[in-house]
Design a protein. Sequence first.
Length: 277
Amino acid sequence: MVHKNFSLTNPSSEIIRAEIHYREGIKEAPVIIICHGFKGFKDWAFFPILADSLAQAGYVTLTFNFSLNGIGADPDNFTELDRFERNTYTHELEDLQCIVEAVKKNNIGRGLLDPERIGLVGHSRGGGISILHASQDDRIKALVTWSAISTVDRFSDLDKKRWEQDGFIEIKNNRTMQIMRLGRDMLNDIRKNKSRLDILAAAQNLKIPALIIHGDNDESVPVSEAHTIFNEIKCEKELILIEGGTHTFGAQHPMTTITHALENVFDLTENWFDRFL
């Protein structure tokens, strides 16, 4: 398996760190872009394994860090909390647009991949971002979400009032024990871009095959959100609930074992792209 790190610069002159995975000798293969979620990163737990698994199956896969996700030159630790504090949903949409544009312009993987066959996989917040993007970009041909959020407004009125007063809200990272701040930019983004960030409206506008995968024991994003997304989709679709599946289908970082639930999710994802890419 071949892995190559590369970086792109978005329109805000920020670095998007990325990696391409592919099998030796591959030519003009479909490409799958993988989007991590909140407090996630491209090298977290199952993302590299998923990327290699799909690459072994004949795809070219791209993993990347959203430019303001808090991960910098150190690929495994949140060392840029000031950037994390400035992140917004709209900014992540712009980053994903930058990745897709680079694929379409043959700036990534020239000769290796077919820029006319692009699939998206998104986990958690990355699932919501993927739905939003795919609904507006006819270059995306198939979509899979894992544990996707159905709304970007995930805070109580009291939390938002304190957020407005303090200029930030603090989130604990239970893995690293870091206290991570979200700045007022995020709150303003949620308020000012309701239409652009309406995941359910985007789901209604999808015109490509969409597979919604969710654990029925998800402790972070209620399984009801999967049903809500699925019910809005009007095109080819499937909803698969993983019995006993948690938000990460049992995965932890660093990855030590692949759970049965996660193996199932890998297989379902590959089969979907086999059908539609």
